[in-house]
Write a protein that binds this ligand. Structure first.
Ligand code: MN
Length: 203
C-alpha cells in the first residue's frame, strides 16, 4: 500500500498469534472472544475515529501513547497495551527467563519466582482498573510499575517488557471477583522467551 492508503486504512486490529481457545484452561475461549474481539478491537476503532483527519493519523501507535493526551491517549494506550499483552502469551510458552534477562531478574529481584510474586502482589493491590508492568530503565535495570486505567511506563521513559491486565474484563468471565486466581493463571501463559527478546531489544 502507499503511505496515503495506509493512513486512510487506519490502525488495524491485530490478529491473535494463537487461536482464541488455545490458552484454555488458563484463559477461556469466551474470555478471549470478549477481550480481543470486543474490548481491544473497540479501542482500535475509537483510535481510528479520534485520529481521522488529525496530524496523529498514520503515526505509530506508540507515538500516540507518548505524545497524545486526554481521550486519545486513553484509547491509544489501551490499544497498544492490549497488543503487547496478547503477544506475550502463548499456549506452550518458555516458562522461565533465560540469558541476559534471567541474569537481570536474579540481580534485581533475587529469582524469577520473587519477580512473579512481586508483580502478583502489585496486581492484587492495584485499586480499580489498570496494568502492572515489568519494564527496563535506561541502564537495563528491571522495575515494576502499577498504572491506573490506560497507564503505560513509556510515558516516563521506561521500556515495557511485560504487562498484566488488571481490568475486570480480563478475568471476570473465568474468575469472577478472584483477581489473584486470574494472575496465577496468567503466569502459566507468559512466554519468557518473548519477554527476553523485548529486553534484548531494549538494550
Ligand atoms: Mn483488557
Amino acid at each position: 500500500m502507499t503511505k496515503e492508503k495506509e493512513r486512510a486504512a487506519g490502525y488495524p486490529v491485530k490478529e491473535l498469534p494463537y487461536a482464541h481457545g488455545a490458552l484454555a484452561p488458563h484463559i477461556s475461549e469466551e474470555t478471549m472472544r470478549y477481550h480481543h474481539d470486543l474490548h481491544y478491537a473497540g479501542y482500535v476503532a475509537r483510535v481510528n475515529e479520534l485520529t481521522a483527519g488529525t496530524p496523529f493519523a498514520g503515526r505509530p501507535l506508540g507515538e500516540l501513547v507518548t505524545g497524545a493526551d486526554g481521550v486519545l491517549l486513553n484509547q491509544a494506550a489501551q490499544a497498544w497495551n492490549h497488543e503487547f499483552y496478547f503477544e506475550a502469551l502463548a499456549p506452550d510458552p518458555s516458562r522461565e527467563p533465560s540469558g541476559a534477562l534471567a541474569e537481570a531478574v536474579v540481580r534485581d529481584f533475587g529469582s524469577a519466582d520473587a519477580l512473579r510474586g512481586a508483580m502478583t502482589r502489585a496486581a492484587v493491590a492495584l485499586f480499580g482498573s489498570g496494568w502492572v508492568w515489568l519494564a527496563a530503565d535506561a541502564g537495563g535495570g528491571l522495575v515494576i510499575r502499577s498504572e491506573s486505567n490506560a497507564g503505560n511506563p513509556m510515558r516516563e521513559g521506561l521500556v515495557p517488557l511485560l504487562c498484566i491486565d488488571v481490568w475486570e474484563h480480563a478475568y471476570y468471565i473465568d474468575h469472577r471477583n478472584r483477581r489473584a486466581d486470574a494472575v496465577a493463571a496468567f503466569w502459566h501463559l507468559v512466554d519468557w522467551e518473548r519477554v527476553g527478546r523485548r529486553y534484548a531489544a531494549a538494550r
